[in-house]
Design a protein around this ligand. Structure first.
Ligand code: TLP
Length: 359
């Protein structure tokens, strides 16, 4: 067969093969049920507190997390940054793991908006222990910047979706509170942690002063996150959300999809975890790829491709040309995230393509 014809056929085949998007669980599209709910949502002006659907979502989130109150925010970033603003004063330090989202992917907003600095700590698999944190807490001396808060991330995204052992998280909260330090939880994927630990979110988050979680990741909503905490904390959060331009008016259209995500999303996350495990175990058998498959417990996996001789740019480009989308997280590491729009067959296909590319 002439090369041109072969190429044309190949590219035709590529066009017809559905794209498998493993870049993030943020890429999910709203289900038909969500779209219907959005079209029919009862709405009002949420800046006046008059959107019944937003109010219902906030109430349900507060109930599920056993908190006084919760507030709907457009993004996880805004939820985290509002919490940081409330917990700290300018000139203070925030202790978090060195790969934390608040430190690396939130546009240095904790310095810009809250006037704080990060005191990063390395934790094996992204998990901090009190003994490591304790060493980084500033002594109470007037000429040292004071520690303002601690922030943990569960699951830990850039450590590969790792889960906090509950006793470690509890100990950090208890000890920090003894010293008068608040602890925030970046729980963007806390429902994934809850499934992995087989414990309800209210239980695994109860000692934190504030919790942010996302509807728009594994739970499948198109937009939105919630910040939960005490009544006083949420009252302050409302002020800062408005200040940041997050007062969203008839946001019930978004909250209606969020309610479906919150009520129905968690029950299917175990499938994403099984698919991630399947991918990790498959990847571990490919020469040149290194991954600790046994550590993959939720929907994120990060693998090293140093042994293939390719950079992550090379590999993601090769994959994209075959309709598999993956994200490079460093020059030699690639992240895959499973979610409700990729099933087992799609994962098996992605694995085959990666295997071919590595040959
Ligand atoms: N994470 C995104 C990217 O920003 C990296 C992703 O694709 O995983 N906390 C954690 C742990 C997150 O992973 C993210 C988003 C956020 C906060 C921020 O959420 P959004 O994107 O809604 O601002």
């Amino acid at each position: 067969m002439a090369i041109e014809v072969q190429n044309a056929l190949q590219s035709e085949e590529q066009k017809t093969t559905a794209t498998v998007d493993l870049r993030s669980d943020t890429v999910t599209k709203p289900s038909p049920e969500m779209r219907r709910a959005m079209a029919e949502a009862e709405v009002g002006d949420d800046v006046y507190g008059e959107d019944p659907t937003v109010n219902r979502l906030e109430q349900r989130a507060a109930e599920i997390f056993a908190r006084d109150a919760a507030i709907f925010v457009p993004s996880g970033t805004m939820g985290n940054q509002i919490a940081i603003k409330i917990h700290t004063r300018p000139g203070q330090e925030i202790i978090c793991e060195e790969r934390a989202h608040i430190f690396n992917y939130e546009m240095a907003m904790l310095s810009h908006f809250s006037g704080c600095m990060v005191r990063p700590v390395h934790g094996e698999d992204g998990v901090l222990t009190w003994s490591e944190i304790k060493k980084r807490i500033s002594p109470k001396i007037y000429y040292r910047a004071q520690t303002g808060m601690i922030s943990l991330e569960n699951t830990h995204n850039m450590a590969g979706g790792t889960v906090y052992p509950q006793e470690l998280a509890d100990e950090i909260c208890d000890q920090a509170h003894e010293m008068g330090l608040p602890v925030h939880l970046d729980g963007a994927r806390i429902f994934n942690a809850s499934v992995a630990l087989d414990r309800p979110v209210r239980e695994i988050t109860r000692k934190f002063d504030s919790v942010m979680f996302c509807l728009s990741k594994g739970l499948g909503a198109p937009v939105g996150s919630l910040l939960a905490g005490s009544r006083n904390f949420i009252e302050q959060a409302r002020v800062y959300r408005k200040a940041l331009g997050g007062g969203m008016r008839q946001a019930g259209i978004l909250a209606s999809a969020g309610l479906i995500a919150l009520e129905q999303g968690p029950a299917r996350l175990h499938k994403d975890h099984e698919n991630a495990k399947f991918l990790a175990e498959g990847l571990a058998t490919i020469r040149g790829i290194a991954i600790a498959a046994a550590k993959v417990r939720t929907n994120i996996l990060i693998f090293d491709i140093g042994g293939t001789g390719m950079t992550s740019d090379d590999m993601t480009r090769e994959l994209a040309a075959r309709n598999i989308l993956a994200a490079g997280v460093s020059s030699q590491a690639i992240r895959l995230v499973t979610h409700l729009d990729v099933d087992r067959a799609a994962c098996a296909h992605a694995l085959d393509v990666i295997r071919q590319i590595c040959k």
